[in-house]
Design a protein around this ligand. Structure first.
Ligand SMILES: *[C@@H]1O[C@H](CO)[C@@H](O)[C@H](O)[C@H]1NC(C)=O
Length: 278
């Protein structure tokens, strides 16, 4: 779980100039967590068909010369600041549950820069850059809105996080980690995280005032594991008919499905993008 290989997909599409729509590009950044380099069919995976990610890539630019740290916290810190993790003090392992660490408050983030250029900035999904005080959380770091979780992972359904500690008196931390801004969200429990994040992305895109440029950082939980005791969770209604799926051991089957669902959700979101003409 600590060895993460995030896949970054940058999607920038220029608006057609019409009416009073902004001429600045809208930016939607989708962060897939733990999706391996070879886990997409674009890179030759015969096991996990990812047609929607492949289509996005083939219709855009593929940046094969860019590299990222293979861990959650350092790579996210780098993405939001453009600095190497060791310049941020984030070169260590990902932040543990309850740890008082985070992206230093004096760092200026990408959404803070974009806001100066008139952007509306939104974040959905996984933060993992600290929450020891509210000033460390996304809506204090340049995002107008935040819908998601602050730790490295949550249960896909009940949105709790569980992690052992090294403390004798508190053997583990456990609690609900699902937020709207700085407010805990309880009424979404039971709903599958990947779908919730996609729906929220669609809401943001469809209700966006296109006279302003949009920056959406969509940081999916998938295909990362959930809690240790329930690591891989695909929804039961998911289609299990892929032949490759049936040949795989249970753990890989479910991992496959969380990845596959991620790509399915990306295409749902793209429909929202195209209907809003951004
Ligand atoms: C988050 O909070 C804002 C402001 O109170 C509200 O307008 C919005 O509907 C909330 N979103 C969710 C998903 O609860």
């Amino acid at each position: 779980m600590n060895f993460l290989l995030p896949l970054l997909i940058l999607l920038v599409k220029l608006n057609c100039l019409k009416g009073k729509e902004t001429s600045q590009p809208h930016i939607i950044f989708i962060f897939a967590d733990d999706l391996g380099w070879n886990d997409i069919s674009l890179h030759g995976s015969p096991q996990i068909p990812t047609p929607n990610i492949d289509a996005l890539a083939l219709n855009g630019l593929i940046l094969h010369n860019y590299y990222t740290w293979r861990l959650c916290t350092p790579s996210r810190g780098t993405f939001l600041t453009g600095k190497y993790p060791n310049r941020l003090g984030l070169q260590h392992s990902p932040i543990k549950v309850g740890e008082s660490s985070g992206l230093p408050l004096y760092e200026v983030t990408l959404p803070q820069h974009l806001k100066k250029l008139g952007y509306r900035t939104h974040m959905i999904g996984k933060w993992h850059l600290g929450y020891q005080t509210k000033e460390y959380t996304p809506t204090y770091r340049g995002f107008d809105t935040f819908f998601g979780f602050l730790n490295g992972f949550i249960d896909y359904y009940d949105h709790t996080v569980w992690e052992p500690t090294f403390l004798a008196n508190i053997p583990h931390y456990y609690g609900l980690d699902f937020h709207n801004g700085t407010t805990i969200l309880k009424d979404k429990q039971g709903q599958y995280a990947t779908h919730l994040f996609t729906e929220e992305a669609e809401n943001i895109i469809l209700s966006h005032d296109t006279s302003k440029p949009l920056f959406l950082y969509l940081s999916h939980l998938a295909s990362h594991t959930g809690n240790d005791f329930k690591p891989v969770q695909a929804p039961p209604e998911q289609d299990h008919s892929f032949s490759v799926y049936q040949r795989r051991p249970l753990f890989l089957q479910k991992n496959f499905l969380t990845s596959w669902l991620l790509t399915a959700n990306i295409i749902d979101m793209m429909f929202a993008v195209s209907s809003q003409d951004v």
